[in-house]
Write a protein that binds this ligand. Sequence first.
Ligand code: FUB
Length: 471
Amino acid sequence: MARHPWRWRLPAAMMMATVLVLSLVGSAQAANPVITSIYTADPAALVVGNTMYIYAGHDEAAPGGTNFVMRDWHVLSSTDANTWTDNGAKLSIGNFSWAGADAWAGEVEPHNGKYYWYVPVNGKGPGWMDIGVAVGDTPLGPFTDAKGGPLISDSTPNSSPLNIDPTVFTDDDGQVYIYWGGYWGPRAAKLKSNMIELDGAVVTPSGLTNFWEAPWMFKRNGTYYMVYAANDTNGCVTSSSYACQRYATATSPLGPWTQRGVILDQVSSTTSHAAVVQFNGQWYMVYHTADAPGGGNFRRSVAVDKMYFNADGTIQKVIQTKGGTTPPGNNKALTATASTSYVSPWESLAAINDGYTPTGSADRAHAVYGNWPQQGTQWVQYDWSSAVSLNQLRAYWFKDNQGIDLPASCSVQYWTGSAWQNVPNASPCGVAVNTFNSVTFTTVNTTRIRLNITSRSGYSTGLLEVQALSP
Ligand code: FUB
């Protein structure tokens, strides 16, 4: 049976003492992860006016910790989906007198001028996780317990094997629905217009193939969409300790659903939890990874990437980006003269320093550099007429799923004036797909830098873009 590390936590760790809400206001920054001042997870997105809000859990596990430590939820906000502000903890376990620990994945739904925040928490009663609801007058609260007890618990007839991860959806006719569940047990119910009571029986929706946890519901062009975490090894994950995001569609809000495929591959954390939202005309997927410095399965961080629909309403797989764009002024490759050991006559050396931001390693929309049919070690080089200071090189690899694959390895060298030398104190030269791979090193002053690329057996290599960054 699939096991997620969060299932191994000690029971004692579930009963956390009530904690104070901390009004920490974090720094703003661009690029994924969107916030690194704290660890954030389980994002839910909401657009109000010109602002996109992310309601996120807060991972506080110590480095190397093997259990979740989650006591409160933070609200992040942005007016451009690029620069994010942490508005601090706006809800905590302490807001629910009947709860003791585990501030897991919640979602906020507006209704009649108020904002209802549905959250799974470890109740003090029998069973484990319950779902409670808080209410506030603005997207940033303040929020208070709206019910004084669980909305859903293990004693709710036909509740999920694990009552977590609520997603709340309001249809065009005003009817509100709540979906939730974990341990392969999705559940759904209508909500009364008071937003704090279920309206009728809990149903088990059909067609959410391989559902594991983390449902997220939305509607587009009359079609209902459900995005959810799955952990099957049939095109989803390499090990069932991880999860991917699948999605399903339906023509009515309670289903039946038809599963349509994977839209977010396995991420770097074992758990995967996503939200989908349209903001300023662009669709986004908000999810979490373990990509922040010091991150891990219990020290996760929220990421935001663009999501695209096909003309028939199906969804393209989301490309996970890291690190974001680089201020053009820092990218010295743009002013360099590029050369190479070999470029295929039908490809373009100019592609590797023209400032393009690829959408993925198979992106053929722009010129590419490739060295097919060469194998072994090839190189690309950047020359300047006078010395530049450099401390980072970022490579975006090309992979055409034919003769060109990701390299086996790479290295960065600089010209001392008389010889090539490895850049000092270099971080590993990464060969990851669909992202800029950064090599950082102690600053060198040089007129030339070279990226040596060694192919995998049987393949050639290619690049979509290289950035050479000054400090
Ligand atoms: O963060 C705790 C739990 O892990 C969430 O409720 C799940 O969705 C998974 O991300």
